[in-house]
Design a protein around this ligand. Structure first.
Ligand code: AMP
Length: 294
């Protein structure tokens, strides 16, 4: 695996191989890699000849400075994991490589209502930060496709919108959520859960599964209050628990077409998000992949 820390040689290398017809797949991450990230590498490998993974903890997308400071960094282990994967290139830039010496320039992307709901409503500025880093990364890593996880469902919609706004040809490959054996969606932030909180954390997914199975039996509002009460009893503070169409329009019960149940909740000082898709077999699938030992 080739490792680049500077954007100029990386962009030059990728432009050269693309001009020879090599298809490039891109997997942007913030590191502390787990099987969820590796599943994106596998997905990108199925669509491309060369897979580039980036690791960059982007300061501009953290609306909570403490979350940024505490974000886990495990670069050596990440390199070992990627070496055992089908990744061909690792891009490990610092902030100056991504944003230039002057730092990020103020920008505003018109994501419309997509950034005013759910994650957008609870994390002000987060999606502008995501747009800012993804514009830089998609420019520096000219790619035919980008693989991203449905765990961050709204982020996939935002980055797809960004690709449209920037008139890029990069194709979005949405990938299934990879879960631990007890159902907890894998996340780098899970590393920050205490042992007792880690034992309780799968309740979030259980609540979403319960809701998805009961939707045709009871009104969503009632199911929602029951689920929130149960989660709060278990120690969560629920930020939102919503039923929406695939493009995040709120609905109050089952409708024709694909729907998503999405939740964000705090547990033990860690913010967990998860979602379950309904009415679309592909979206519903949960994938488990083996993680090699670092
Ligand atoms: P992050 O490093 O958290 O910024 O995530 C980088 C990419 O990995 C994003 O596209 C995430 O949606 C994806 N990802 C994170 N966790 C999972 C998971 N459990 N299953 C699938 N994809 C994931």
């Amino acid at each position: 695996m080739l490792i680049f820390r500077e954007q100029a040689p990386l962009t030059a290398y990728l432009s050269t191989i693309r001009s020879r017809g090599t298809r490039v797949g891109f997997v942007p991450t913030m590191g502390a890699l787990h099987a969820g990230h590796l599943s994106l590498v596998e997905a990108a490998s199925r669509h491309a000849d060369t897979v580039v993974v980036s690791i960059f903890v982007n300061p501009t997308q953290f609306n909570d400075p403490e979350d940024f400071e505490k974000y886990p960094v495990r670069t050596d282990q990440d390199i070992r994991l990627l070496t055992g994967s089908t990744a061909d290139v690792l891009y490990l830039p610092d902030a100056a490589q991504v944003y230039g010496k002057g730092g990020p320039e103020p920008v505003h992307y018109d994501f419309g209502r997509l950034e005013t709901v759910l994650e957008g409503a609870h994390r002000p500025g987060h999606f502008q930060g995501v747009g800012q880093v993804m514009e830089r990364l998609l420019t520096q890593v000219p790619a035919d496709c980008v693989a991203m996880g449905r765990k961050d469902y709204q982020q996939i919609l935002i980055v797809s919108k960004l690709i449209e706004l920037l008139h890029l040809k990069t194709k979005m490959i949405p990938c299934p959520i990879v879960r631990e054996s007890d159902g907890l969606a894998m996340s780098s932030r899970n590393l920050r859960l205490s042992t007792p909180a880690r034992a309780v954390a799968p309740e979030l997914y259980k609540a979403l599964r319960y809701l998805s199975m009961q939707l045709h039996e009871l009104p969503f509002a009632e199911l929602r209050s029951r689920a929130v009460a149960r989660l709060e009893k278990a120690g969560f503070r629920v930020e939102y628990l919503a039923l929406t169409t695939g493009d995040l329009e709120p609905v109050d019960g089952p409708v024709h077409g694909s729907q998503v149940l999405l939740a964000a909740a705090w547990l033990d000082g860690v913010r967990l998000i998860d979602n379950v898709a309904i009415g679309h077999r592909l979206l519903e699938s949960t994938q488990r992949v083996a993680i090699p030992r670092p």
